[in-house]
Design a protein around this ligand. Sequence first.
Ligand code: AQP
Length: 328
Amino acid sequence: MRIFSGIQPSGAIHLGNYLGALKQWVNLQEKNECIFCIVDWHALTVPYNPQELQKSISEKLIAYLAAGIDPNKSIIFVQSQVKEHAELAWLLNTICPIGELERMTQYKDKSKKYKDNINAGLLNYPVLMAADILLYKTQAVPTGKDQEQHVELTRTLARKFNQKFSNKEEFFPEPDSIMPEYGAKIMSLTDPKKKMSKSDDPKSYISLFDAPESITKKIMSAETDSGKDVIYNVTKKPGISNLLVIYSLLTEKSIKDIETEFRGKGYGEFKKSLAQVVINYLEPFRRKKKEFETKDSYVKEILEKGQARARVIAEATMKEVREKMGLI
Ligand code: AQP
């Protein structure tokens, strides 16, 4: 199966991005042809600092490598280095109904969050994402829950393109979403009714590279209800339930077993133990980051090789697309 997925360099990669997306990628690369992108053009749709962008891109690449993405198995590259993404996005824009874009949850959320910067790119973001995916004739897209709607639009656009320009034959496959059973939507530490997001206040998320003291501080002050029983109940105890999910995914213990372990012990003890679990789990990430930061040319080479491999596929697809759309 051909797999494509990406992460935007819009902030620090957090536990949500890891549990929802990255962790699946690592497993999928064993038996599939995987293409993992750092989608920098997407990050320009919200306010950002141009001086910080390259550093943020490098950090994402290091996070991919530290998580276990293997450049010998998977293609890793930066979106803006393969111009065909922009070309296909433009062409797909011409078959995408505006209504489909206006109903997107992420567009609505981000329009509220960045009231002074509701740009056309924010609205068209899902079309660029569809182009990212279809350019590689992708069959499946591993993501968290928040991106499901965008993958659904990608299927719609693939279908429309096939009907209009490919005699109803399958030129673009309609890609499936792959989501983990648990962890597809990790919630914010400061507001457990909202998803964890890298563009939010750093107190609301745990970055893969956070220092141990910072992890402890964030978990100990994570929002929980006024009770003291460590019990999973998303409606009544969204905060503690979110922490239980994180605990369970990082230790591979069932939520039932964790509830039993902390019966009668209260939130304080549970949070202290969770902080230690997270610190230990993320220790190799911090170590590998330091290691890769000293290997500048190795890291650059990975991107150059990745982009060359991605270009071969992208150019072949676009040649066919142009022909089908009457451009040659
Ligand atoms: N809270 C989450 N729980 C599980 N999965 C998540 N993902 C994002 N948040 C969670 C998944 O991580 C990947 C990265 O997505 P992205 O960088 O394209 O942007 P996003 O989905 O908008 O993620 P963020 O963290 O919320 O970034 P910002 O704040 O920049 O918008 C995707 O697979 C996503 O589903």
